[in-house]
Design a protein around this ligand. Structure first.
Ligand code: LLP
Length: 434
C-alpha cells in the first residue's frame, strides 16, 4: 500500500468547481485573500494519515514508540495533533521543549537530542521531566551528571552512536557516517559506558543512531538495526548491563518531484522489523523497545506554500523570471541544498499553454531561486502559485532576512481554515531591538 510520502500533493488537493486549487476543502485563492501571502498551508488529513501509517505499520511490534522529529515543524498546534495521535517527540533545543511543554505534551515521551546541549537547556529538560536524553559526547555525560548531582532522580539515557553507515543523500543531511559531528564513534562506546556507570543518576537504557535524511534506500536501515543490536549485545555482555532500547532515528524520504522514489512506511517498517527479528534470534535476546524519529515524512507532504506572483523579467536570449512575494527566507532549501520543488498555478489556468519560467524569490541574493526552468501556464501579476512539499524544514528554518516578515501558518481541514501561527508584524520585528 502506498503511503503519503510517495505522493507530491496533499491527499485533499483537487480542483474545485471554479477550477481553483483546493486543499483540505478550502479554496487556495480564498486562503490567499483571507490570510495574505506567502502563506504556509498544512492539510490536517494528510498529516494525520501519515502519522497513522507509522502506527499501523508497527502495530504488530511489541514495544514501539514513534517520536516526531520536531525540528521539521514545531508549533503548539502541530505538537497537540501529534501528541493526540500517540506520538512522542524528538527535541533538540530548549525552544522546542518549551513549545511542546506549553502544548501539553507528555514529556516522558520526549527524547532530548543534540550535540551541544547548553547547561540551561539540560536544567530545563530535567525540570519538565524529559523521558530520555540521547547523550551525544563525553562532555555531555559530565554536564548531565553535574546537573543531577545531589538529586535522587535517575535519568534514562540513550547513547548516540555513529554507526558508520553512509546513505546517498545530500552531504549536509548525512549524519551516520564515521566522520560526523554527531555521536560516539563505535571505538568510543566502551569508554562512554564506563563514564556513565560512574554516575548513579544516569540510567543507560539503550542506543540511538540517525543515519541521515531524505533517504530512499531500505538496506541502510537493515544495516543500522544490525549495528545497534550487535552493539547492545556486546555492551550488555561486557558490562553486565540490560540495555533493551534502540532508537533508529528518522530519515524516510518524501516525493518532492517525480524523480524521488521513497519507499512506503510499510516497506520500511517491514525491513526494520525483519532486521530486528533476525538479529534478536541470532543473539537470542528479547526484542528491544523501538523508537523511531520521523520528521520530514510526517509533515512534508501535508504542507504547501502559497505565493503571489509579482514582477517578471525576460532576459534577452535567456531565462524568463517570475518573482514571487517570498523566497529563500521562507524556504531556504533550494539555496542550501539545491532542493527541487513542483509548483502549480492555484487559480484556474487549467489547459492554458505552458511556458518555461524560473520562479525567483524577492530577497537580495542572486541565489534566491525557488524553482529553475519549470513549465507553467503563462503567469500574470497577481496569480497565486502553490509550491508543494513545503511542510518540513521550511517554516522551521525560516528567517527574517531583509527584515521581511515570516508568513502565517494555516491548518486546513474539511473546509475549515484555522490560523495556527499568525503572520509576523513590524512591531514584532522590533520587539527585541533596544
Ligand atoms: N532524528 C535525528 C537525530 C535527526 O538529526 C533528524 C534530522 C531526524 C531524526 C529527522 O529526520 P527526517 O525524518 O526529517 O529526515 N534541514 C534539512 C534536514 C535536516 C535533518 C536534520 N536531522 C533539510 O531541509 O533537508
Amino acid at each position: 500500500m502506498k503511503t503519503i510520502n510517495q505522493f507530491i500533493m496533499p491527499k485533499t488537493a483537487k480542483r474545485n468547481s471554479k477550477g481553483n486549487l483546493e486543499l483540505g476543502g478550502c479554496d487556495c485563492l480564498e486562503l490567499a485573500e483571507k490570510y495574505g501571502t506567502p502563506l504556509y498551508v498544512m492539510c490536517k488529513e494528510t498529516l494525520v494519515d501519515m502519522a497513522q501509517s507509522f502506527k499501523n505499520a508497527f502495530e504488530d511490534y511489541p514495544n514501539f514508540q514513534p517520536t516526531y522529529a520536531s525540528k521539521a515543524l514545531m508549533t503548539k498546534k502541530i505538537a497537540e495533533i501529534l501528541h493526540s495521535e500517540g506520538f512522542g517527540f524528538d527535541a533538540v533545543s530548549g525552544g522546542e521543549i518549551y513549545t511542546m511543554h506549553k502544548a501539553g505534551v507528555d514529556m516522558s515521551k520526549v527524547t532530548f537530542n543534540g550535540n551541544n546541549k547548553t547547561p540551561d537547556e539540560i536544567k530545563f529538560a530535567l525540570e519538565v521531566g524529559i523521558g530520555h536524553f540521547s547523550v551525544d559526547n563525553f562532555s555531555e555525560i559530565e554536564d548531565l551528571a553535574d546537573a543531577l548531582k545531589g538529586s535522587d532522580k535517575t535519568q534514562p539515557i540513550h547513547l548516540r552512536i555513529t554507526p558508520g553507515i553512509e546513505c546517498h543523500t545530500h552531504e549536509y543531511i548525512q549524519t551516520g557516517h564515521l566522520d560526523s559531528k554527531f555521536g560516539f564513534d563505535l571505538s568510543q562506546t566502551d569508554s562512554a559506558v564506563e563514564e556513565i556507570l560512574k554516575h548513579k543518576n544516569l540510567e543507560l537504557k539503550g542506543l540511538h543512531a540517525h543515519i541521515g535524511s531524505q533517504i530512499f534506500e531500505t538496506k541502510v536501515f537493515e544495516d543500522e538495526v544490525e549495528v545497534l543490536i550487535k552493539e547492545i549485545v556486546r555492551l550488555n555482555k561486557k558490562f553486565n548491563l540490560n540495555l533493551n532500547e534502540i532508537n533508529i532515528g528518522g530519515g524516510l524520504g518524501i516525493t518532492y518531484t517525480e524523480a524521488d522514489t521513497p519507499p512506503s512506511v510499510y516497506e520500511i517498517a517491514e525491513i526494520i522489523k525483519q532486521a530486528i527479528d533476525k538479529n534478536c534470534k541470532k543473539y537470542s535476546i528479547e526484542k528491544p523497545k523501538l523508537f523511531i524519529e520521523p520528521g520530514r515524512s510526517i509533515v512534508g507532504t501535508a504542507g504547501v506554500t502559497l505565493y503571489k506572483a509579482g514582477s517578471s523579467k525576460q532576459v534577452p536570449n535567456g531565462k524568463k523570471y517570475v518573482a514571487l512575494d517570498g523566497g529563500m527566507a521562507d524556504n531556504p532549501r533550494p539555496s542550501m541544498y539545491g532542493a527541487e520543488y513542483i509548483a502549480e498555478v492555484a487559480n484556474n489556468k487549467v489547459g492554458e499553454p505552458l511556458e518555461t519560467v524560473t520562479l525567483s524569490g524577492r530577497y537580495c541574493e542572486s541565489g534566491d531561486i525557488l524553482i529553475k526552468n519549470t513549465e507553467l501556464p503563462k503567469i500574470q501579476k497577481g496569480d497565486i502559485l502553490c509550491i508543494y512539499n513545503t511542510g518540513a524544514y521550511n517554516y522551521s528554518m525560516s528567517s527574517n532576512y531583509n527584515r521581511i516578515l515570516k508568513p502565517a501558518v494555516v491548518l486546513v481541514n474539511q473546509g475549515q481554515p484555522a490560523m495556527i501561527v499568525s503572520r509576523q508584524t513590524y512591531e514584532q520585528l522590533l520587539e527585541n531591538d533596544l
